[in-house]
Design a protein around this ligand. Structure first.
Ligand code: NAP
Length: 333
């Protein structure tokens, strides 16, 4: 039995997910698509898939059993609430939503429905390197984690697509989520320091240095550069009481020539996390087929949203900004 999926948003990542859902993974069929740009939706639609005029029409389509949301962040709330109201499992790209109030409305709706339906696109949790790193920390052989550094570097971002705070309100959510997950901890406060602005950064506040204060007392430093030029470079190292554990360098051919010895760096997130996205959807398809969700939850989306909100306050205040979460509903324990 194949899971019939509708995809909302057929831009860069929407097209990549349609490719993996139609050409890479089994047990799933893309039966419908929607985009603000009808021509783009038409071009991205796999053979035989319907092109719906609105996200609501796609969610209401009885042939659509589960939904994948790849529209831009501010549109996610309305589309998620429509999926929950229809009782359909939904995979939503990050950021889940763009404000604390919106995140709480998603949680309230899902808790009222009484079953998990939402999975948020934090694909790093499905990456084999991050999973091995977490496994080492979880054994406890290195003792308690004390510090974690997370380096997040994009070659460039499309000009004009984002506001100046994109590194804080769009990029940081990945580092916030992976820090919570790796350290099995919660963020309680956020500080931001802004160094000299990169002349490659156009209008963006880039780079930024973020310090996450964790409930255990551990500290996480996140270094984000979204216009680093040379490639997509993700690094991480956890410093524990009795040793350190780090992400490995990605395997790549070692090239030796007249310019020296070097290894290629992934061009962008599609290349670096290609297997992670595949695995993320493999696990989502199984859960969605059973009418639920098991991966990163609306609670995780809420936690990451709070960190982004606190980072935006911290960049203005120059101070440590507190992150206060509501009591965790039983649905997410
Ligand atoms: P994109 O190329 O701009 O694509 C977004 C698409 O959604 C566009 O075609 C846009 O149409 C459409 N859209 C916007 N609002 C819509 C709405 N209300 N209803 C239907 N369609 C709508 O952006 P992208 O890079 O694919 O990013 C999409 C989402 O994925 C973002 O939330 C982004 O943060 C996330 N993302 C995640 C990762 C990851 O690593 N997990 C990587 C990249 C992106 P118009 O262009 O006409 O507005």
């Amino acid at each position: 039995m194949s899971l019939n999926v509708g995809v909302i948003g057929t831009g860069m990542i929407g097209q990549d997910h349609i490719r993996r859902l139609t050409r890479v993974l089994s047990g799933v069929t893309v039966v419908a698509v929607n985009d603000m740009d009808q021509a783009r939706a038409q071009a991205a639609a796999p053979a035989g898939a319907k092109v719906h005029p609105t996200p609501d029409a796609l969610v209401a389509d009885p042939d659509v059993q589960a939904v994948v949301i790849c529209s831009w962040g501010p549109a996610h709330e309305e589309q998620l609430l429509a999926c929950i109201a229809a009782g359909k499992p939904v995979f939503c790209e990050k950021p889940m939503v763009t404000s604390e109030a919106a995140a709480l409305r998603i949680i309230e709706a899902e808790v009222a429905f009484g079953r998990r339906l939402v999975q948020v696109g934090f694909m790093r949790r499905f990456d084999a390197d991050y999973r091995r790193l977490k496994a080492v920390i979880d054994t406890g052989t290195l003792g308690a984690p004390l510090m974690y550094y997370s380096k997040h570097r994009n070659a460039s971002v499309p000009e004009g697509l984002y506001t100046s705070d994109m590194p804080l309100n769009d990029t940081l959510v990945h580092d916030a989520d992976i820090s919570r997950w790796l350290l099995s901890d919660e963020v309680t406060g956020v500080e931001v320091r802004v160094p000299r602005r990169s002349s490659r950064g156009k209008d963006l506040r880039d780079p930024v240095l973020v310090l996450l204060h964790m409930a255990s007392g551990a500290l996480v430093d996140v270094e984000i550069s979204v216009n680093i030029g040379y490639g997509y470079d993700i690094r991480g190292e956890v410093s524990c009481e009795a040793g350190v554990a780090a992400l490995p360098n990605r395997p790549a051919a070692v090239v030796t020539d007249a310019h020296g010895i070097r290894q290629a760096i992934p061009e962008d997130w599609r290349e670096r996390f290609i297997e992670a996205y595949d695995q993320e959807f493999r696990e989502w398809i199984v859960a969605a087929g059973q009418g639920t969700a098991t991966g990163p939850s609306a609670w995780d989306g809420y936690a990451a949203t709070l960190v982004a909100d606190a980072a935006l306050r911290a960049v203005d205040s120059g101070r440590l900004e507190a992150v206060g979460m509501i009591a965790k509903p039983a649905l997410y324990s």
